[in-house]
Design a protein around this ligand. Structure first.
Ligand SMILES: *Cc1c(COP(=O)(O)O)cnc(C)c1O
Length: 362
């Protein structure tokens, strides 16, 4: 059985070193030394400032909105994409901010800035684009849009661990960017996430927000939630980070082999020219849904699982009343993500490619 993804489990001895420290200190959570160490190492590795670790990528989004004053209190909304994981609009709705979907670009699969602009009204407080599958959305267009309408810009960068845009971290754009460190993501801490703020003031606000709004040990500040990362999550994060070059190299080899073997058979996502690829996903675009279902089924019967990220297009859900986004619906019906993870053997990749070629040519 080949899964579509598998979490990277770091060497036990490396992980144990971090866990031994936790046992010695008996300090399990609340801004412990491993959370501090991971904050520092990730900031250096990614080349960013104002990075805050949190319990997961969904809370990262929620806390980012709060810290930036995007509240939905007076019936506010935020423009986002329907071609994403449910956490993107879900985090908005949970915070009382209405997600308003605008359609995606058919080539890049990211939120289309021209479509987004059409949806902006006096009630719009923010734009929340997603760098889909690690591909940069049109950052400069969204920057200009947010500035001219004086609204906040928050990038859901859950797929963008270690991504460089124009030779700097992609996380340094917008008012904030968020990451997910869920077990299935490229870099993980079992569950976890981070927010990277442009300004240190917003970071300071968020530091209180994730700890019940406490301003000090016995000092109640404002409202807050519990969104803290704990020491065991940080231990896993550090141990995975110690092996990250390995993870990254093997995924790159897998990704390149897929491209060599399948590249001329499929259209895939048009990659932004100024962004690096972290090889998180290998999505292919089939000609139509029935071709997709056939391919998916043939692979499944050979014990190979694939995933239809992100289906259905979220503008079709009743919980989010929306005008239709036809491009997103079309792309969502035809995209299939192929298995990719650090321990997937290249021989298995070749086998998967052969099955796909056979399925398409009959
Ligand atoms: C995974 C993911 C999230 C949610 O992150 P969790 O850590 O699972 O809460 C948010 N947005 C996108 C685009 C994702 O892929």
């Amino acid at each position: 059985m080949i899964h579509v993804t598998k979490p990277h489990l770091p060497s036990r001895s490396q992980l144990d070193k971090y866990i031994d420290g936790i046992y010695q200190r008996e300090w399990l959570t609340n801004k412990g030394p491993l959370v501090e160490e991971l904050t520092k190492r990730l900031s250096d590795r990614l080349g960013v400032e104002n990075l805050l670790l949190v319990a997961n990528g969904t809370l990262a989004l929620q806390v980012a909105y709060r810290a930036l004053g995007v509240s939905g209190i007076s019936g506010g909304n935020a423009i986002t994409t329907p071609f994403t994981f449910p956490a993107t609009p879900g985090s908005l709705k949970w915070e009382g901010i209405d997600p308003v979907f605008a359609d995606i670009d058919p080539k890049t699969w990211c939120l289309d800035p021209t479509e987004a602009e059409k949806k902006i009204t006096a009630s719009t407080e923010a734009i929340v684009p997603v760098h889909v599958f690690g591909n940069a959305c049109d950052i400069s267009a969204f920057d200009a849009l947010a500035k001219s309408h004086e609204i906040k810009l928050i990038f859901d960068a859950a797929h963008c661990f270690d991504t460089q845009y124009e030779n700097q971290s992609i996380l340094s754009f917008g008012d904030a960017s968020t990451l997910s460190f869920h077990a299935t993501k490229l870099f993980h801490s079992i569950e976890g996430g981070a927010i990277v703020f442009k300004s240190s003031e917003h970071l300071q606000v968020a530091e209180k927000l994730i700890n019940f709004g406490l301003a000090g040990p016995n000092q109640l500040g404002g409202m807050g939630i519990n969104a803290k990362m704990n020491e065991f999550q940080a231990a896993m994060g550090l141990a995975v980070l110690d092996e990250f070059e390995l993870v990254s190299d093997s995924r790159k080899q897998i990704w390149s082999l897929y491209l060599d073997e399948l590249g001329n058979l499929f259209h895939t996502q048009q990659w932004h020219p100024n962004v690096t690829n972290n090889h998180s996903y290998f999505p292919i675009l089939l000609s139509n849904e029935s071709q997709l279902l056939t391919t998916m089924e043939e692979l499944a019967s050979a014990g190979i699982s694939t995933r239809r990220y992100f289906r259905p297009s979220l503008d079709t859900l009743e919980i989010y009343p929306s005008s239709p986004c036809p491009v997103s619906r079309d792309i969502a019906s035809r995209v299939l993500c192929l298995p990719i993870y650090s321990t997937l053997a290249l021989a298995d990749v070749s086998k998967i490619c052969a099955l796909i070629r056979k399925s398409l040519t009959g």
